[in-house]
Every structure is written in structure tokens, then in C-alpha cells.
Write a protein that binds this ligand. Structure first.
Ligand code: AMP
Ligand code: GLY
Length: 423
């Protein structure tokens, strides 16, 4: 079988590696992929948002199955377009991807179906929003409605910050038309958990839970990033919490989407906060998380391709989704300066014996060498029998990788380890 994967980061590299384990797959193309993936897939210079280009490539090359990984093409209807030419896909249609594409949609969905989340107000008028934050509760959380490269959420701890956030999103259009509407919501507190779940629109099979580290610097300092590292499983996500999430959040969400005529198939990502009043949804993503995927998929023991096809065909109930009981840690190596300005183009040296544990997010290939090309450059994963040894293992591998201008956090998993030791 010939498979196409849309996307080009570390998440896509982790998906490709796992798909390669399936005997049924003969060839994998990555659109656009990146130069660091060349041993696992054929990178093709077609951008993830170039829907017409992706469809043309798929038809011309007789692709049997497509995996659409990033949010943008999903929200733009890449799955719809591929389905129209008869190519089955992993991922939701654009009608279902709106669960990530519009925060106003997802908040209204949760309200309508009684799914626990922060209380909120929606504004389309900057004046009214400003009036609200001048007297409303503080701290407060201000979110642009649409996609904003993971940066559309501002937590305001003072009234001045809240006013500034509303103005920058609604008046100055910091995130373009994504900020035409905003959600202002209650500030919640508690440990955060990411749960990715396979679904065929009828049943939900959650993957092992994980914990992201979104801030750029040690001690959760610095700017928000796409994610600087992950561990799995998340020690706060006990089996009691998991049962509560299944009953109050996961199944109700799948059923709500179906009732709305927006059946969701693919991977639904639940960003949860475990508050003193129980688990609440912080956000939904219509796709695998990055870098959550780089710890979750290495723990998957079942055949990923079979699971993906089962989500497409509506047969997930009969498909085995089994995870190992080990632990995983992924440390992201980024370019110094990320998530703001950074320099790259530096040669990367990755020892062969750890290549299989390295998921390349941004690299260029030239004459047998690879060069850093991007903010997040690569992720290094270790799987082990304890969280502590997985963390130590990941950092040992990080030390073995060389490229100029590299930077990474030194405390990935530290909070999780403390939580494990407290238990
Ligand atoms: P998001 O881009 O929606 O994942 O939000 C980014 C981060 O902002 C989350 O991972 C949380 O840490 C934080 N956040 C979002 N919503 C809230 C909220 N209602 N209360 C507290 N923190 C929040
Ligand atoms: N790591 C968070 C995300 O993929 O959105």
C-alpha cells in the first residue's frame, strides 16, 4: 500500500515511524515532510495547506490511504477533498475539525451538551469586550476564536493585561481574522493532562495520557511554545479520573458531534485540567498533539495502520488498541531564540545508534548531511520501565546530539516525577 502523510514536523515523523512497522505499507510520502525524515519516508515539496496540490499528488501517484496530521489542512477540508476523489483518510472532515478551528463553536458545544469546561462569554464587538474586562473577574483568560499557531490564548493576571489582550486581538488584529470573535473565560487551576483518543465517531479508545511542557524555559518560565517536551503516562491521570473523563467528557463529546451532524473520525485530543471540581476541558484539538505523539506512539503495541483504517471504516470497536505499561519522555531540542527570532542552517550530527529515537521536526537535507531548519528542530524520546529512567535516558541521548545554536529545557518530567514520588 502507498500511504501519504500530510505535515512535516516531529509529530509526523513519529506517525511515519510507527506506520513503517505495518507490513501492509510499502511506501510512505510526506507532504512536505522535512530533510531529517529521508530514511523513513519520501519528502515531497507540497505544502500542508496546498489542498489542490495534495489531491493532485495523491491521484497521480495512486495513493491508497492518507493521514492528515496538522490542524490547518484539516480545518481547510483536506480530508473532504481527498475523499471526493475516492481516497480514504485518517482525520476529521472540516465540518468536524471545527471543534479545534473555532473556540466559539467548541465552547457552545460544551455548554449545550453539559460537558464540563470553564464558564465563558463570547464577544464579536471590541467595545463590549473591553467593557466586560473592565469589571469582570481577574485573572481571566482571553482566547482568539480561530487558529493562531497555538498562541491565541492570553492569561491576564491584571485588568491592564486583560484590556491589552482584548485590544491586541480584536482591534490590532494580532492574529488576523482569527480574532474577529473572542472567548473570555474563567481562569481554572489544577494539573493539566493531555489525552489523545482514537475515535470512529461511535466508540472512543483513549491512548496513554501525557503531559506537555508549553513554556520555553526551565521552571515553566518564558513564552508559550508549541511544546518543549512531554512525558507519558501522566501521573495525575489515575484510573478513577480516566473513568470520570470517559463518562463526562469523551463519550458525551463524540455523541454531541454526531448529534450536530459533524461525526468526528480520527484522533481527538482532549486538553484537560483537573480542577478541585473535577476534570474540565481546556481545549479540543482535532488531531494528534506535537510533541505528545512522540511519547504516546512509541508506547503503542498494536498496529497503527489497522487502527487508523478502523477509525475511517467505523470498525474501531473490533480493533485492538493496546499500549505498553512502560514510560516515555521526549525532550525537544529547539533553535536558541524560539519561539521568537532564531538562526538556523547548522549541521546536525545524530549518532546512528540513537537515530530511531529521534523525531526530526525541522531539517534540510543536502549532500548526505542534515541542517537545522526551524524553531523546534527535533525531539528525542526514551522508553523505559520507570519515569525516572525514561527522563534520564532522554537527556543522555540529547547530550549525544550536536548542532550549533541548540537549546532545550532541563526539567522535562520533573513535575511529573515529583507527583509520582508524592503518591
Ligand atoms: P490552549 O492553546 O487552549 O492549549 O491554551 C494554552 C494554555 O493556556 C493551556 O495549556 C493552559 O495552560 C492555559 N489555559 C487555557 N485556558 C485556561 C483556563 N481557562 N484557565 C487557566 N489556564 C488556561
Ligand atoms: N502540544 C500541544 C499541541 O499539539 O497543540
Amino acid at each position: 500500500m502507498k500511504v501519504l502523510v500530510v505535515g512535516g514536523g516531529g509529530r509526523e515523523h513519529a506517525i511515519i515511524r510507527k506506520l513503517k512497522e505495518s507490513k501492509k505499507i510499502k511506501e510512505i510520502y510526506a507532504l512536505p515532510g522535512n530533510g531529517g525524515m529521508y530514511k523513513d519516508a519520501t519528502p515531497v515539496a507540497i505544502g500542508a495547506k496546498d489542498i489542490d496540490g495534495i489531491v493532485k499528488f495523491a491521484v497521480d501517484n495512486q495513493i491508497d490511504y492518507a493521514v492528515v496530521a496538522p490542524d490547518d489542512p484539516l480545518v481547510l477540508g483536506c480530508v473532504n477533498a481527498l475523499n471526493e476523489v475516492g481516497i480514504p483518510c485518517f482525520g476529521p472532515t472540516k465540518e468536524a475539525a471545527i471543534i479545534e478551528g473555532s473556540k466559539v463553536f467548541s465552547k457552545n458545544l460544551m455548554k449545550k451538551y453539559g460537558i464540563p469546561t470553564a464558564t465563558y462569554e463570547v464577544f464579536s464587538d471590541a467595545e463590549k469586550a473591553l467593557e466586560y474586562v473592565k469589571t469582570g473577574p481577574i485573572p481571566t483568560v482571553i482566547k482568539a476564536d480561530g487558529l493562531a499557531l497555538g498562541k491565541g490564548v492570553i492569561i491576564a493576571f491584571t485588568r491592564e493585561e486583560a484590556i491589552e489582550a482584548v485590544s491586541s486581538i480584536m482591534t490590532d488584529k494580532k492574529f488576523g481574522s482569527s480574532g474577529d470573535n473572542i472567548v473570555i473565560e474563567e481562569f481554572l487551576e489544577g494539573p493539566e493532562v493531555s489525552v489523545l483518543a482514537f475515535t470512529d465517531g461511535k466508540v472512543v479508545k483513549p491512548m496513554v495520557s501525557s503531559m506537555d511542557h508549553k513554556r520555553a524555559l526551565d521552571g515553566d518560565k518564558g513564552l508559550n511554545t508549541g511544546g518543549m517536551g512531554t512525558i507519558a503516562p501522566n501521573p495525575y491521570y489515575t484510573s478513577t479520573v480516566a473513568d470520570e473523563c470517559m463518562a463526562k467528557i469523551f463519550l458525551p463529546t463524540i455523541e454531541a458531534m454526531k448529534s450536530e451532524g459533524r461525526e468526528f473520525k480520527g484522533c481527538l485530543y482532549f486538553g484537560l485540567m483537573l480542577t478541585k471540581d473535577g476534570p474540565k476541558v481546556i481545549e479540543y484539538n482535532c488531531r494528534f498533539g506535537d510533541p505528545e505523539t512522540q511519547v504516546v506512539l512509541p508506547l503503542l503495541e498494536s498496529d497503527l495502520f489497522e487502527i487508523m483504517k478502523a477509525t475511517t471504516n467505523g470498525t474501531l470497536a473490533d480493533c485492538e488498541v493496546k499500549f505498553s505499561d512502560k514510560y516515555a519522555c521526549c525532550v525537544i531540542m529547539a533553535s536558541k531564540g524560539y519561539p521568537e527570532k532564531y538562526q538556523n542552517g547548522f549541521e546536525m550530527v545524530i549518532p546512528e545508534k540513537i537515530e530511531k529515537d529521534v523525531y526530526v521536526a525541522g531539517a534540510k537535507y543536502e549532500d548526505g548531511k542534515i541542517y537545522s531548519a526551524g524553531g523546534r528542530v527535533l525531539g528525542v524520546t526514551d522508553v523505559s520501565t520507570s519515569l525516572k529512567s525514561a527522563i534520564d535516558g532522554a537527556y543522555k541521548k540529547v547530550e549525544m546530539i550536536k548542532f550549533d545554536n541548540a537549546f532545550y529545557r532541563h526539567d522535562i518530567g520533573a513535575r511529573a516525577l515529583m507527583a509520582t514520588e508524592e503518591k
